[in-house]
Design a binder for this molecule. Structure first.
Ligand code: FDA
Length: 291
């Protein structure tokens, strides 16, 4: 599948709908365009689980180079990077992932940007939260994604709802067993609302990452109920998905942060975006067929 996907030139156009480009310069161009329409960004250097220490090191370097390249854009806190710990060595050794993540946090701090840790499959959650705690000792603004579909996440949201804590709430994008995660859409949506309520009632900074109109409307109701104002939480969406909604919310004064993935290792990310929506698969197949 990977070979056939990479082989079709047209496929690249399809991939480009969700991925800003393969090079840092292309990411930078996309970020400038988003900035000019009033959107904040979080940039993901694409890449997932590695068992190779040199690849982990190379990913950390790529983030540091990217952060350098973004400095002239003066994004301040409207600039952020998103890091998958598995790409910087988490599967090999927690200490290695922590060290690389620390270097990335330091580079981000030097350009006024923040870092959020993506959340991957459920076997990584304890390790990711433990690394987060250590990173926050020096870089308290470091955020983390919490996946509402996991049974444990309400408890994690409680633990992370104190002042200064930045939590990106997502529904969850990995195929997880029924022993650890809600399976049906309705159950996942209900769990999302329960987690959202905990974060909005707390003292942290909720980052509401969804394209779901109902979740966005519920966020606004909860903001009213808990006396939150427009600047103390934000919305996040993925590059290329519901751009009309991204711009409308930003136009209404909300902080809207767009998750901008770039790099040549786009396969896993792209496949998750296809899996989320049957219409995307149809779009992809039409592109393969040249229609
Ligand atoms: P849902 O899937 O119900 O979609 C609601 C509506 O949004 C759809 O009806 C459609 O209109 C639109 N939509 C959603 N997905 C689409 C797609 N692929 N193509 C086109 N339209 C689409 N997950 C994770 O496990 N770990 C993580 O760290 C992150 N990080 C992350 C960051 C950000 C900024 C976002 C927005 C999302 C993530 N995710 C994630 C992914 C997340 O878990 C989830 O899979 C997607 O956001 C889709 O869920 P929605 O909340 O949008 O709802």
């Amino acid at each position: 599948m990977r070979r056939s996907v990479s082989g079709f030139p047209l496929t690249k156009k399809v991939v480009r709908r969700f991925v800003a480009g393969e090079q840092a310069q292309e990411a930078r161009n996309a970020i400038e365009r988003l900035r000019d329409t009033g959107l904040a960004v979080t940039v993901d250097h694409l890449g997932e689980e590695t068992l190779d220490a040199r690849a982990a090191e190379a990913t950390a370097r790529a983030y540091i180079t990217l952060l350098e390249a973004l400095k002239p854009l003066r994004l301040g806190d409207r600039g952020e990077v998103s890091v998958k710990l598995s790409a910087v060595g988490q599967r090999l050794d927690d200490a290695m992932a922590l060290e690389h993540a620390r270097e990335i946090c330091a580079a981000a701090a030097a350009s006024g940007a923040t870092v959020t840790l993506d959340m991957e499959d459920h076997t990584t959650v304890d390790s990711t939260l433990s690394i987060l705690r250590k990173l926050r000792e020096d870089h308290p603004a470091t955020g983390v994604a919490i996946q509402a579909y996991l049974f444990r996440s309400e408890r994690d949201c409680h633990d992370l709802s104190s002042e200064g804590s930045r939590v990106r709430l997502v529904k969850g994008a990995y195929r997880e067993p029924a022993s650890v995660a809600h399976q049906g859409r309705t159950d996942v949506d209900k769990a999302y609302v329960r987690c959202l309520r905990i974060l909005m009632a707390g003292n942290g900074y909720p980052m509401v990452a969804t394209h779901d109109d109902r979740m966005i409307a519920i966020t606004e109701l909860l903001a009213d109920r808990f006396g939150r104002t427009i600047g103390d939480h934000e919305f996040q969406m993925l590059y290329g998905i519901r751009t009309d909604l991204q711009e409308a919310l930003a136009g209404a004064g909300h902080t809207v942060r767009v998750y901008v993935p770039y790099g040549d290792d786009w396969y896993g990310y792209f496949m998750r975006r296809l899996a989320e929506r049957p219409a995307n698969v149809a779009f992809f197949l039409r592109a393969l067929g040249g229609k």
